[in-house]
Design a protein around this ligand. Structure first.
Ligand SMILES: [Zn+2]
Ligand SMILES: [Zn+2]
Length: 353
């Protein structure tokens, strides 16, 4: 299904094995640098501190017992600057921290080299836009941004209340998912379901940190593809970088925009690459239609000849050898059907001659 292996990208390699259920044991004493950085960024934005940084060693981790983080931060800020945090500021710090709280249970996840096999509805969104109006999102993600194919991180749970449809890995069921797109020297992540974007980026950084000594950062950004064929939910995109945090507010991935079209036969929405088909809003979907392997013309598969063995036909005084796909039924007169092979053959014949 994929044209390029996402493993080729340095950041993807840091994520480790694909198509294998793995668990991330969240150590409650482990430093959630990402979480504390976000608290610091918020304090900086609100004008309490000059640098986007809290003093070294202050609250080295956020864990489930750190519910009073807002109080502790408020005391620190007052000691540092003499300023008192407002009730709203304290609430927001609590909200930020709660996204990074380490909880006891394991995080069950896999990295899935594909996007199509969790049907819509698996995330409680049976009208998922990616399966309907934004059908073109799927092939766009699969083709990637020129830095490798996009893929998914999927979350699983043994918790009966949490799990949704779809049984995987011996009964452990999925409940969440996010798309990941390799882009330049970074990963762009978007459209999280089941958990918030910060929750996902925090876990991804923990997973990646095991395979690199470089410092990793995650910043929320806007994706340039948000309004194009690839639909990204507003406010739910982030970028993971090394060395330093990403500075801009948006990521210009500039992916070639696919078209969402309606199939003339089955009436379902499907997508085509720009230039692959005329820009009219209707055509044949990948299931119902095919390009003729000789002429390049689109037609309904049911009116075409499936090529099941290598055959040579003449078109415009030229010989064309075709090994698979479909050809227009116009070529039937150049071929003979063998009932034993259940396929058309050319003048070379078959073993039944
Ligand atoms: Zn169709
Ligand atoms: Zn035969």
């Amino acid at each position: 299904m994929f044209k390029s292996k996402p493993e080729a990208h340095k950041f993807v390699a840091m994520l480790g094995e694909f198509e294998k259920l793995r668990s991330l044991r969240v150590d409650p004493t482990k430093y959630s640098r990402n979480g504390m950085n976000n608290v610091a960024s918020y304090l900086h934005e609100q004008g309490y501190i000059k640098e986007k940084q809290l003093p070294l060693g202050f609250m080295p981790f956020i864990d489930a017992k750190s519910g009073k983080i807002a109080t502790r931060v408020a005391k620190l800020i007052e000691a540092m600057t003499g300023k008192k945090l407002t009730v709203r500021n304290k609430e927001e710090i609590g909200n930020i921290a709660s996204r990074y709280v380490s909880r006891k249970e394991d995080v069950l996840y896999d990295l899935h080299n594909g996007v199509l096999d969790w049907p819509s509805g698996d995330f409680g969104n049976s009208g998922s836009c990616w399966r309907n109006s934004y059908r073109s999102s799927i092939p766009m993600l699969e083709d990637g941004s020129g830095y490798g194919a996009g893929f998914a991180i999927r979350l699983f749970s043994t918790d009966r209340a949490k799990r949704r449809q779809g049984s995987y890995y011996g009964g452990v069921r999925g409940y969440g998912r996010m798309w990941i797109l390799p882009w330049k020297n970074s990963l762009v992540v978007f459209n999280p379901y089941g958990q918030k974007i910060e929750w996902f980026t925090d876990r991804l950084i923990r997973i990646m940190s095991d395979n690199t000594d470089e410092k990793l950062y995650a910043e929320n950004v806007r994706m340039s593809n948000q309004d194009s064929g690839l639909y990204a939910n507003g406010g739910s995109s982030a970028i993971i970088t090394t060395g330093k945090p990403y500075k801009d507010r948006s990521v210009e991935t500039r992916m070639p925009r696919y078209l969402t079209k309606v199939c003339v036969k089955c009436r379902k929405k499907y997508a085509r690459k720009p230039g692959e088909e005329s820009s009219s809003s209707e055509g044949y979907c990948q299931d119902c239609g095919s390009k003729c392997a000789v002429t390049g013309k689109m037609n309904a598969k049911e009116n075409m000849i499936p090529v099941l063995r290598e055959i040579t036909v003449v078109h415009n005084d030229k010989s064309h050898t075709v090994a698979d796909g479909y050809i227009l039924s116009d070529f039937e007169e150049q071929l003979t059907y063998c009932v034993d092979c259940v396929s058309y053959k050319d003048s070379k014949g078959c073993e039944h001659d």
